[in-house]
Design a protein around this ligand. Structure first.
Ligand code: NAP
Length: 208
């Protein structure tokens, strides 16, 4: 039997290292999940919040599924994985989504954490145009995930790149496949494929 008469100890916990996987997730696919897992492993993250946007600040709202559908699919995709957790902060704040607000809201919910904002390297190529770009770099480390063989157009200050094995998928391709009746089921988690079919998502539209 283990004795419980241990001296009281001062337990000093190191700050949690938390990833924020930002994106439209229209829909979330296996490449996004592979990216979250790879970055969490490489950077020793304790948790990754998956945060669907309300809308895109540099685009005109061209996503096809509603925010609630995109959130529902993200929740199905991470179900049962203790590393990943979906956050509604961006959807609840509403359009437009600015990452400065995402990080401020999540920081208020979990003070004292060290933050890593993870998204596609393509999106981070324009980081200098984001609202409060210099303050953003104080709030988080920015991590751009890339497909194998990706040609990075040049170093962007404060951005770390992580290559994700097998990440050769895109939401655009998933939507196009659904719309044209091509196979898509094994590009997304099975529960997400079921949701797309049951809710008749991506049947219309005009991607590429
Ligand atoms: P996007 O133009 O939809 O995506 C750009 C590229 O990055 C696409 O190839 C996309 O592939 C990929 N991508 C997006 N999210 C990804 C993820 N989490 N993991 C891996 N690849 C990903 O860009 P976006 O999704 O709208 O923006 C990404 C994030 O940056 C969002 O959180 C957004 O709020 C933030 N952002 C902020 C500002 C600002 O604060 N002013 C400006 C721009 C973007 P898929 O289509 O396959 O996902």
């Amino acid at each position: 039997m283990i004795s419980s008469n241990l001296p009281e100890r001062l337990i000093v916990e190191s700050p949690k290292r938390i990833g924020v996987l930002g994106g439209t997730f229209d829909p979330i696919h296996l490449g996004h999940l592979a990216a979250a897992g790879e970055v969490a492993g490489v950077l020793s993250l304790d948790r990754v919040f998956v945060v669907p946007t309300a809308g895109h600040p540099l685009k005109d709202g061209s996503e096809e599924a509603s925010a609630e559908d995109r959130l529902a699919m993200a929740s199905l995709a991470v179900s049962g994985d203790p590393l990943l957790q979906v956050s509604r902060v961006d959807v609840d704040r509403g359009i437009p989504t600015h990452t400065i607000d995402t990080l401020t809201d999540l920081g208020a919910e979990t003070p004292g954490a060290e933050w890593f904002f993870i998204t596609g390297a393509d999106a981070l190529a324009r980081l200098d145009e984001w609202q409060e770009a210099s303050r953003l770099r104080d709030l988080a480390t920015f991590v751009g995930v890339t497909r194998p063989g990706y040609e990075w157009s040049g170093p962007i200050e404060g951005v770390t790149l992580v290559e994700v094995p097998g990440f050769d998928l895109s939401s655009t391709d998933v939507r196009r496949r659904v719309r044209t009746g091509q196979p898509f089921r094994y590009l997304v988690p099975g529960s997400v494929a079921d949701y797309i079919e049951e809710h008749h998502l991506y049947r219309g539209g005009s991607d590429g």
